[in-house]
Design a protein around this ligand. Structure first.
Ligand SMILES: [Zn+2]
Length: 279
């Protein structure tokens, strides 16, 4: 079996809800990250080599929070054990799931996280969730979050890879927490009033920036006069034409520009999105 097929199999083992995948996870994994070092299995020996690659290139999209380990899984742009530098001998016993930190329609934030790690607190409380849908693991290098054989081939053979927006946003030059905001916006997962209303919450919606329109992702990030001023200002400062009607269009930077200029523009856009969201 070639590397592409094994990467795909490792992904399926991590993400699939099929019986064989659950059986493999139960047999070879302890929790969501640690695995037992040696079990006699020819297929697991091969998959194990790709397990960390799958971990490092995937993010959980939170819905009901049942499938996600609160501490060890990446669901806010990084895992909490990595961000908080929790030692392995402690982290291996942290089995709480994300749903354990949701009460009715609100997040439960541990006081010490709120006090000492406000950015983590902001990342968590800005996430939307739904009790009615299962969580979804997303491959960060694919626009739709699904690792197909084609995507696996592109990933394994980087010299043949095509540039796309998601490869650009998960750049080492951009903080993961800010990249994650753009990722969620792309997947229409921002906790804006239009989604709260869709969940049945009766509220009077108003844009927190202009105080003139109802708050939706489309309005807040693209139609609001404050957002438009940011995109116009960015165009004027850089001389780079931007199509600010959607996040997908914004991230298309003309090939006329050099790779370095493109990287800078993507970083500017992602920082602007995060600024709009957190301001
Ligand atoms: Zn507005």
């Amino acid at each position: 079996m070639n590397q592409v097929a094994i990467l795909k199999l490792a992904w399926e083992m991590r993400a699939s809800k099929e019986v064989w995948a659950e059986f493999f996870r139960d047999r070879f994994c302890k929790g969501s990250r640690s695995y037992i070092s040696y079990i006699k299995s020819s297929i697991w020996v091969r998959i194990k080599k790709f397990w960390k690659m799958v971990q490092d290139n995937s993010i959980w999209l939170v819905w009901n929070g049942n499938a996600i380990n609160f501490w060890m899984d990446n669901w806010i742009g990084h895992s909490l054990v990595d961000y908080l530098n929790i030692p392995a001998h402690i982290s291996s016993s942290l089995m709480a799931t994300v749903v354990d930190f949701i009460h009715e329609s609100s997040w439960i934030i541990l006081p010490w996280i709120a006090r000492f790690h406000p950015q983590v607190c902001n990342s968590i409380t800005s996430l939307s969730f739904s009790h009615n849908q299962p969580d979804k693991l997303a491959w960060i290098n694919a626009a739709d979050g699904i690792l197909t054989m084609k995507e696996a081939y592109i990933f394994i053979k980087p010299q043949t890879s095509q540039q796309n927006w998601c490869k650009n946003i998960w750049s080492p030059t951009i903080p993961p927490s800010k990249a994650f905001v753009t990722w969620r916006l792309y997947h229409d997962k921002m906790l804006v009033d239009e989604h709260l209303k869709a969940r049945g919450l009766a509220l009077g919606s108003i844009c927190s920036l202009c105080k003139e329109n109802e708050e939706s992702s489309e309005h807040l990030f693209f139609k609001c006069r404050f957002a438009r001023a940011i995109w116009t200002g960015l165009q004027d400062q850089t001389g780079c034409s931007l199509d600010s009607c959607s996040i997908a269009n914004l991230l298309i930077i003309s090939d006329f520009f050099s790779p370095l200029t493109k990287t800078v523009m993507i970083a500017c856009i992602i920082n602007a999105i995060a600024t709009i969201w957190y301001c």
